[in-house]
Design a protein around this ligand. Structure first.
Ligand code: FDA
Length: 279
């Protein structure tokens, strides 16, 4: 059981708890992106174990009929052990997910993983007819070229601002510059991407910009936000007919994820403190 302090941001420790949570989320017309917490395994056994857990999860999703897809981290399924291990595990997940009609997202980690992640995404998106998506970070200076490369690849791309503290030689450091890049990349994606655009942001300005671009170009889009953040906005977007996804983490490695969420904003920390005090 996840203690109340963390239950705003993490759906449970087990797949059954996560799926029960998703069932309730679907009642608000919000779909889920399930993520088993775990990253940076330097040995093969835990990477293989999490890959197996994802394969079981997609069968659970299909059996329970919830509206959910999955998102995996490359370093969780073996990238720190070797690119071959990562690709083998990713393909086993994508193949099983594809067999069960479940979409697979690949999260993007720090810049040293970008090439390996994009290469694997491109190969499997082509092989599995676009049933795979990848995350792209607006803060990286290389992203313009990466989006040009991905424009003709089947599958979806989630645009985020970028969560990793990257060196200034390769990344924009100023918030305003990242926002400007995010807007420019949204414009490019709405113009050039046929398989739709995934807006991975809580930022009302970016979501409004995406809605305007959708009106202008007619390109399909979806908004993705994290569990526990702007939940009301998620419900409102879904009620307004915008395809809305919530990224739902679960698993026994919840503490460091919860700690990151609690520390990134004053409101999140206050919420956690109130949960402890029972108010
Ligand atoms: P940003 O933090 O710039 O805030 C802009 C505005 O959004 C704020 O002024 C406020 O109005 C609103 N807002 C933001 N957070 C809020 C909060 N907690 N409460 C209330 N309002 C809030 N990163 C990565 O590097 N690789 C990845 O694979 C992913 N995957 C991913 C999936 C999904 C579904 C999401 C939503 C995000 C990611 N990210 C990610 C994280 C991403 O890179 C980024 O760090 C965060 O989304 C924060 O940036 P925002 O665009 O949300 O807003």
């Amino acid at each position: 059981m996840i203690p109340p302090i963390a239950s705003r941001f993490v759906a449970g420790e087990t797949p059954a708890e996560a799926i029960e949570y998703v069932d309730g989320l679907n009642d608000r017309d919000v779909a889920a992106i399930l993520n088993l917490l775990g990253e940076h395994y330097h040995e093969r056994p835990p990477a293989d174990e999490d890959a197996a857990a994802y394969r079981d999860l997609v069968t659970d999703i299909a059996d329970s009929d919830v509206d959910a897809c999955i998102s995996v981290k490359p370093s969780q399924i073996g990238l720190d052990v070797g690119e071959d291990v990562f690709r083998e595990n990713l393909e086993s997940i994508v193949e099983t997910a594809d067999d069960h009609g479940v979409f697979t997202w690949v999260d993007m980690e720090d810049h040293e993983t970008t090439d390996a992640t994009l290469d694997a995404f491109e190969d499997f998106a082509r092989k599995y007819d676009g049933d795979v998506g990848v995350c792209i970070q607006a803060n990286l200076k290389r992203t313009e070229g990466d989006l040009e490369r991905l424009a003709d690849v089947p599958g979806k791309v989630r645009l985020v601002k970028g969560a990793y503290d990257e060196p200034s030689e390769i990344a924009y450091k100023q918030k305003e510059r990242v926002n400007e890049a995010y807007r420019d990349y949204l414009e490019y994606m709405f113009r050039e991407f046929d398989d739709g655009v995934a807006v991975g942001s809580h930022d009302p300005a970016m979501i409004e910009h995406a809605a305007g671009l959708h009106d202008e170009h007619g390109t399909d889009y979806e908004v993705q936000m994290l569990m526990g953040i702007r939940e009301d906005a998620q419900t409102e977007l879904a009620a307004d007919g915008v395809e809305t996804y919530q990224y739902v983490p679960y698993g026994d490695k919840w503490f460091s994820y919860f700690y990151r969420r609690a520390m990134e904003r004053k409101e999140n920390l206050l919420f956690a403190v109130r949960a402890v005090l029972g108010r």
